[in-house]
Design a protein around this ligand. Structure first.
Ligand SMILES: Nc1ncnc2c1ncn2[C@@H]1O[C@H](COP(=O)(O)OP(=O)(O)OP(=O)(O)O)[C@@H](O)[C@H]1O
Length: 249
């Protein structure tokens, strides 16, 4: 059986004179965490937006587990098993961490009024387990507004995992987090994904994170994949040092 989870074929999208996706064909393999790096404006976020249905390409296809999901709305793509986490966590800040997960699971299970009687929701134990997986069990009943940025990032990941995805696409999972905390957050995050058997793709500007947590790296440039390889190969490549690393140091 093929281990290709998601495949794009010849994706094209233009914004006025800018070609943000220029014939992008890429295979994402199950069980391997893929980092996407590249200079500002290279089209990394555009790629995530197309794969999750937020942008529709003018040409090309997105196949998830062999099925064409290109025309589907984002909600239906989530139902198929593709979740997304954003640079800024998309949480209900006036609700607790646990409530945020319950809201997510209620959307998954199409419950009508998740906040009316949360203690009866059978998935409550599952949600507490997810919070435990991301090291946030102790703040289950804390309002999100009172949490640190790092905790919010982890809860955002737990919210995505509550949707039971097989693939999670993340835009800069550690941005906005203090440098001293970045590695511990990635450590927890990658551990949780492994436990939940979820493959990840993450856009990242921090090469230390890429080196330590990616199994593979794809380098974006001018709307397309310029190079792909192991972190060691890619981070030592002269084009990457010139075009990407030179830009972020
Ligand atoms: N909705 C849009 N409307 C117009 N132009 C857009 C839109 N989205 C992206 N672009 C343009 O497409 C190009 C690629 O943008 P994108 O955000 O995908 O790049 P990126 O590689 O994620 O950049 P960064 O690292 O700065 O986040 C940029 O020139 C951007 O200005």
């Amino acid at each position: 059986m093929s281990d290709v989870l998601l495949e794009t074929r010849n994706l094209v999208i233009k914004f006025g004179g800018v070609t943000a996706a220029d014939n992008v064909s890429l295979k994402i393999h199950a069980g391997r965490n893929l980092a996407i790096i590249g200079p500002n404006g290279a089209g990394k976020t555009t790629f995530l937006n197309i794969c999750t249905g937020w942008l529709k390409p003018s040409n090309g296809q997105v196949l998830f587990e062999g099925q064409d999901v290109t025309p589907l709305p984002p909600r239906k793509i989530v139902d198929r098993g593709v979740a997304r986490a954003f640079q800024i966590p998309q949480l209900f800040t006036e609700h607790t961490a646990l409530e945020n997960l319950l809201i997510s699971v209620s959307a998954r299970d199409k419950l009508r009024n998740p906040l009316m009687d949360m203690h009866r929701i059978p998935e409550r134990d599952e949600m507490l387990h997810l919070l435990d997986m991301v090291g946030c069990a102790d703040v289950a009943d804390t309002l999100v507004v009172e949490l640190s940025e790092g905790q919010r990032k982890l809860i955002d990941i737990a919210v995505a995992l509550a949707l039971k995805p097989r693939l999670l696409l993340m835009d800069e999972p550690t941005s906005g987090v203090a440098s001293s905390e970045k590695h511990s957050i990635m450590e927890i995050l990658i551990g949780a994904l492994k436990e939940a058997n979820v493959t990840s793709v993450f856009v990242e500007h921090d090469m230390g994170i890429v080196e330590n947590y990616a199994d593979e790296v794809a380098v974006w440039n001018s709307g397309n994949v310029q190079l792909r390889g192991s972190p060691a190969e890619i981070l030592e490549h002269p084009d990457v040092i010139r075009d990407v690393i030179g830009e972020v140091v």
